[in-house]
Write a protein that binds this ligand. Structure first.
Ligand SMILES: Nc1ncnc2c1ncn2[C@@H]1O[C@H](COP(=O)(O)OP(=O)(O)OP(=O)(O)O)[C@@H](O)[C@H]1O
Ligand SMILES: [Mg+2]
Length: 380
């Protein structure tokens, strides 16, 4: 006895509702489609940027893992672009989503509200003809499929966000403990320096340890500031000359065993209000990035001058530069290129600290030529 369409739709929705995750859902969709529509091949494609990617298929004669179809191209690409289904019936030859020959073909958009998230393709109906009832069933499967995928995606995104929140809390508590322990290490190093009068070689090693510890300390503070999402400034009066010379002292130690040259340029001296430790981290982060970007004949210039009531700091290097398309992404948290252990937090924190001082930061760069960061801080 032939089943009534309502029985079929009911059966389909019961099967779809009994699924609890995407891993189970996708094979179910292919199964249901094959079973109720009696087709030779089924494929499910989801949109990824400007492409459709096959995420699962039955009886495709090729490995589909790396296949991408541009939106607008071929039948499925058109369906994904226009949101309108395509039905090809009883033709001598037509082409399916991968250009294979077929006699009948049905391609349905997967829509959530008006957004197209993918396409369901059916190739070669048993009797070469999709009737009205088949089209209705296929449309129903596609709509149920879109809703289920959307439901699971939202659920998985929520789970991921919760997971990231836990990791964030965990990381900041570790960063907090490391920061406190490093403060103790720093105090011991300072004591060693006082005790150790004269021996310049050992003094160099101690200074190097001190600089590295300061870097790690800065990194833990970056993580904490980032996790807190707010920068609390502790401002004090700072002498520009002393501040710049302290930075130079640490940078010189950092560069001692490298061929890179560092030049500090400033002509005026003033006193200004700022969070000295945080501003130190700003320039140390920027100089460190320059150091990582330059090669054999590396040169880093650090310049400070007064202009219209602002302190302008320039950090310039002759390193590999920044690709044009990355220039507006480098301040994004977690954006990092070409480094194994880069967190991509350095510049995000730099920007937050500068802006907390009511200043701003800009970048100019040309690939394989130079990179220049310009930090502006109001003096008042
Ligand atoms: N002076 C520079 N020259 C070339 N590229 C740079 C320079 N400064 C920053 N960048 C680019 O900006 C990206 C982001 O820098 P950021 O300091 O935020 O992270 P990172 O240096 O990659 O990682 P981390 O600071 O955690 O070590 C870098 O990965 C690099 O691609
Ligand atoms: Mg960095």
């Amino acid at each position: 006895m032939k089943k009534d369409i309502f029985d079929i739709l009911l059966e389909i929705s019961e099967i779809m509702n009994s699924v609890f995750n995407t891993d189970e859902l996708i094979p179910q969709i292919l199964d249901i489609t094959e079973k109720f529509l009696k087709v030779k091949r089924v494929s499910l494609m989801l949109t990824e940027g400007d492409y459709l990617k096959i995420i699962s298929a039955t009886n495709l004669p090729v490995n589909y893992n790396d296949i991408k179809v541009p939106l607008g191209e071929g039948i499925s690409g058109q369906v994904a672009k226009t949101g309108k289904p395509v039905i090809v019936n009883n033709e001598n030859v037509c082409e399916d989503e991968l250009g294979y020959q077929a006699k009948s073909y049905l391609s349905f958009p997967l829509k959530v509200r008006e957004k197209i998230i993918g396409v369901l393709n059916l190739t070669d109906k048993e009797d070469d003809f999709f009737g009205d009832k088949d089209v209705k069933i296929a449309g129903y499967i596609a709509s149920q499929c879109a809703l289920a995928i959307n439901r699971f995606t939202l659920y998985e995104e929520k789970k991921k966000a919760e997971h990231l929140q836990v990791i964030g809390k965990f990381t900041s508590s570790i960063a907090h403990d490391i920061k406190n322990l490093l403060q103790i290490v720093q105090s011991y190093i300072e004591l060693m320096e006082i005790e150790m009068k004269g021996d310049s070689e050992i003094k160099f090693y101690i200074d190097s340890i001190c600089t590295e510890v300061k870097l790690i300390h800065g990194l833990t503070l970056d993580i904490l500031d980032f996790a807190n999402r707010q920068i609390a400034l502790q401002k004090s009066k700072v002498n520009l000359k002393e501040f710049l010379e302290e930075i130079k002292k640490h940078v010189d130690i950092l560069l001692k065993l490298t061929p890179v040259t560092f030049e500090l340029k400033f002509s005026e001296n003033i006193e200004f209000m700022c969070d000295r430790d945080k501003l130190f981290r700003v320039f140390f982060n920027l100089i460190n990035n320059s150091l990582e970007a330059v090669g054999e004949n590396g040169r880093i210039l650090f310049e400070a001058y007064l202009q219209d009531g602002n302190l302008i700091f320039i950090i310039e290097d002759n390193g590999k530069g920044i690709k044009k398309e990355n220039l507006n992404r480098i301040f994004d948290p977690f954006f990092t290129t070409g480094k194994l252990k880069g967190t991509g937090l350095g510049l995000a924190v730099v920007k937050e600290i500068v802006e907390a001082h009511n200043g701003d930061i800009a970048v100019e760069s040309e690939e394989n030529r130079y990179t220049r960061f310009i930090v502006r801080l109001p003096v008042g």
